[in-house]
Design a protein around this ligand. Structure first.
Ligand code: HEM
Length: 483
């Protein structure tokens, strides 16, 4: 899954190469940039979805967000609408995605709607900062994600996956989402902060649930300001306050030990100096930890959960995966060095992230009036790039709803339009944890699938919720089948 970020360079992930993008992608974007510099008022605005006076399309959106997106898509490659008094525009064309995330990224920032729904969540963390503050943070944090560092995390990834296998009994029914969340949180906390979160998981789980709950698009209160004391907002405040105290304790523990013994993300946060020679403030360190604890475990946990679901539903694909693992690994533990020899494992995960991208929509907002493709788009419009819709577009994927790992054989990916597949975003703000995530997903799946699989106890595919991430609406309970 080395090329799934579409940021340009799987090896880099840094600001500089992200900012310039993969050269071919960037150059084609640059050609378009010339067009977009023409007087943007010559361009027409994207078509607008009809809505009710005052409420616009809010009711329709809240009632059935997935149906709403399908309706948008049927209207064309760019559609405007209004939800809860805010102006939105959704783009379905990969060329526009590339223009917004890569070629003209400096004309866009994270959308207001995202900042509003995340208010009170790690506002000084890498996910939400902008401009020079963001750039400086990204440069400081990047050294925790070099290929060499990721190799160093592989042992924790395999060890914790192995331990989980040992603890699962044949025939036992488990909430796979919960089991994967516990696993990925342990891996993340050990790798990046060298802490054992065993006794602290409840706090992280509650904060994650509260954040998802507040971001849940299907509840009208998602559109109320965060100061309105709805039950969701009160729950969120309580949970975030507990989460932050836990993080403060972790920082204090590190400070009482010999800090020079460590060489991980936490030591970077505490010690790395910025261009002005200063280290991060306490509040900034805390917000970065909250950001990474959330963004770094919830996403990979969902990806693994969906992979188990899909393998449970597709026994032939599970058998092919196991045949590859048996042939390459035998009884050995998987290592990073094995990953290039596990192409089918890679395809299973690529296909999983296509069908169920945990970061299912990317939000941006133009900082000035811009032209996107042929369209004039006004400053401040909330732009949504619907990863999950583009990933299932039959212009790019045959039988798009089918789980077919083998579609990723040979030259399929290089022949796809850029940004028809972008589970890790793109451009300078692509996922900083992409390499961490792809290593973790492959190592965990390779370690566990040799020993067991999960048989869904429910029918069909899971109903999904558009929360902060793309989550199953109900717990995915599956029966452990040991080999
Ligand atoms: C399957 C797993 C993952 C997926 C699908 C995913 C997806 C994404 C996407 C789409 C973005 C870009 C958001 C935007 O442009 O607005 C992003 C950003 C980010 N991700 Fe991930 N991510 C994953 C795993 C991780 C992991 C493991 C970490 C940390 C260890 C992480 C940390 C972050 C951070 C901090 C950002 C913000 C980067 C910035 O703005 O500079 N993610 N992720």
């Amino acid at each position: 899954m080395s090329d799934t970020a579409r940021e340009g360079d799987a090896e880099g992930s840094g600001v500089s190469e992200g900012a310039s993008g993969r050269t071919d992608a960037h150059e084609s974007g640059a050609e378009r940039t010339a067009a977009s510099d023409e007087s943007s008022t010559d361009a027409r605005e994207p078509p607008r979805l009809d809505g009710w006076p005052l409420v616009g399309n809010t009711v329709e959106f809240v009632r059935d967000p997935f149906g709403f997106y399908d309706r948008l898509e049927s209207r064309g490659d760019a559609v405007r609408y209004s939800v809860a008094g805010d102006e939105f525009c959704t783009f379905f064309d990969p060329d526009y995605v590339e223009q917004i995330l890569v070629a003209e990224n400096e004309r866009f920032r994270k959308a207001q709607i995202l900042r509003d729904s995340a208010a009170g969540f790690a506002e000084q963390g890498l996910l939400l900062t902008e401009g020079e503050v963001w750039r400086d943070q990204r440069v400081r944090i990047q050294p925790a994600f070099t290929p060499e560092k990721i190799r160093g995390y592989a042992d924790a990834m395999v060890t914790y996956a192995d331990r989980l296998c040992d603890n699962l009994a044949d025939g036992e029914v488990v909430d796979v989402g919960d089991a994967m969340s516990e696993l990925t949180l342990k891996i993340l906390a050990k790798s990046l902060f060298d802490v054992d979160v065993a006794g602290r998981r409840a706090v992280v789980r509650e904060a994650t649930a509260a954040l998802n709950d507040r971001g849940d698009a299907s509840g009208a209160s998602a559109f109320l300001p965060d100061w309105v004391p709805t039950p969701k907002n009160r729950r969120f405040e309580r949970a975030m306050s507990d989460f932050e105290s836990m993080v403060d304790d972790l920082i204090a523990e590190r400070r009482t030990g010999d800090e020079s013994e460590y060489d991980d993300l936490l030591s970077i946060l505490l010690d790395a100096e910025g261009p002005d020679g200063t280290t991060m403030s306490e509040a900034e360190v805390r917000d970065q930890m909250v950001t990474f604890l959330f963004a770094g475990h919830e996403t990979t946990s969902l990806a693994l959960t969906y992979a188990w679901h899909l393998l449970g539903r597709n026994p032939d694909e599970l058998e092919r995966l196991r045949a590859e693992l048996d042939a390459e690994l035998g009884d050995r533990r998987a290592t990073m060095a094995d990953l290039p020899d596990l192409p089918y494992t890679d395809r299973v995960l690529k296909e999983t992230l296509r069908l169920y991208p945990p970061a299912y929509v990317i939000f941006r907002e133009p900082t000035e009036d811009v032209r996107v493709g042929p369209y004039h788009v006004r400053e401040g419009t909330n732009l949504t790039l619907p990863v999950f819709e583009i990933h299932r577009d039959d212009r790019f994927y045959d039988d798009p709803d089918e789980f077919r790992p083998d579609r990723w054989r040979d030259d399929f990916e290089s022949e796809l339009p850029d940004y028809a597949y972008f589970p890790f975003g793109g451009g300078p703000r692509h996922c900083i944890g992409m390499r961490f995530a792809t290593a973790e997903l492959r190592l965990v799946l390779a370690t566990m699938a040799r020993e067991l699989a999960f048989e869904p106890t429910y029918d069909g595919d899971p109903d999904l919720t558009m929360a902060a991430t793309l989550r199953p609406e109900n717990p995915l309970e599956m029966r452990v089948e040991r080999r």
